[in-house]
Design a protein around this ligand. Structure first.
Ligand code: SME
Length: 301
């Protein structure tokens, strides 16, 4: 089975390259969407007067990757608060948007927009519209980054690293029923690939969090509900991004080297069963994009 969705995320070279790597994606095509005339050329669109947006058609198998997940992944590769500018590219042709060709997709996409709004605490400037027209780009723009090693890509390297990490964790723990084994494998992979200072899990046992599988320096063994970043994420059943640990009231310092932190709850039937805690030695290491990726990873654990 094949379905399709269209993403405008700035320069289409990087956006196509990213979606081509997503499991369940069957095909990608860069092109121009929602402009004012037929068969535009790159040079015409480049004048920024045509109404077209550089857009990637993503064809996918819904039994392998859901539309909701694709939209969520799309939100990690754009700056949803930047109007008509992504990376170094500026102009209406580089605006961001999700364009649907099947109207029944709208509620699913709207739900993802609502989650994004909540996550960033602001109104995203990303269009959500029906696809009015789409014209494939010239041959030289197809698979651009495969044909041009070292070619311009405005997407942060981090999203390609997370995509591989996410897909590898799914593959590695598939079929394993033991929760601790799944957490151990995930902690090792996240630590090795992303090179964070500390990566580990605390499991909910009774009225405390108890240290589980981790990678990095020795850490505190138990955390009470509501205490520290971990206990607060548990109590609120939500992800907490801490740009500067010194600014977080009640932060528990397991190491003086930790400067920023993110804690993501693992949920089963709406209840928190554990939290994933990641520390960095840099300030402001984590943002909404990290939160989306790590929540996707926690869903698989
Ligand atoms: N900083 C955490 C405690 C765990 S360590 O970072 C590994 C907190 O405040 O909950």
């Amino acid at each position: 089975m094949c379905a399709e969705i269209y993403f405008a995320g700035g320069c289409f070279w990087g956006v196509e390259h990213f979606f081509k790597g997503v499991d369940g994606v069957l095909g990608t095509e860069p092109g121009y969407a929602n402009g004012s005339f037929a068969n535009p050329t790159y040079e015409q669109v480049y004048t920024d007067t045509t109404g077209f947006a550089e857009t990637v058609r993503v064809q996918y198998d819904p039994s392998r990757v859901s539309l909701a997940r694709l939209v969520r992944l799309f939100f990690t590769v754009i700056d949803p608060l930047s109007l008509n500018r992504q990376g170094h590219d500026e102009g209406t042709r580089y605006r961001t948007g999700v364009y649907y060709s099947a109207v029944e997709d709208l509620p699913v996409i709207e739900a993802e927009f609502a989650l994004l709004r909540e996550r960033i605490g602001a109104e995203p400037v990303v269009e959500l519209e029906p696809l009015r027209c789409f014209y494939g780009a010239e041959e030289r723009h197809k698979d651009y980054l495969d044909k041009n090693a070292g070619g311009y890509c405005h997407l942060p390297l981090k999203v390609f690293r997370y995509l591989r990490l996410y897909q590898d964790i799914r593959l590695m723990i598939e079929g394993e029923t033991d929760g601790v084994a799944r957490m151990a494998e995930a902690a090792a992979l996240i630590f090795e690939r992303m090179r964070f200072f500390w990566v580990g899990f605390y499991r909910v046992i009774g009225d405390e969090l108890v240290l589980g599988p981790f990678q990095g320096p020795a850490a505190c063994l138990r955390i009470a509900r509501g205490r520290g970043v971990c206990g607060t994420a548990w109590r609120g059943a939500r992800t907490i991004v801490v740009p500067d640990v010194e600014q977080f009231p009640g932060h528990i310092a397991c190491s003086s080297q930790s400067r920023s932190e993110i804690v993501v709850p693992l949920l089963r039937d709406g209840s928190v069963t554990a939290v994933l805690d990641i520390d960095s030695t840099s300030l402001e290491e984590f943002d909404a994009s990290d939160a989306i990726w790590l929540e996707l990873i926690c869903e698989t654990i």
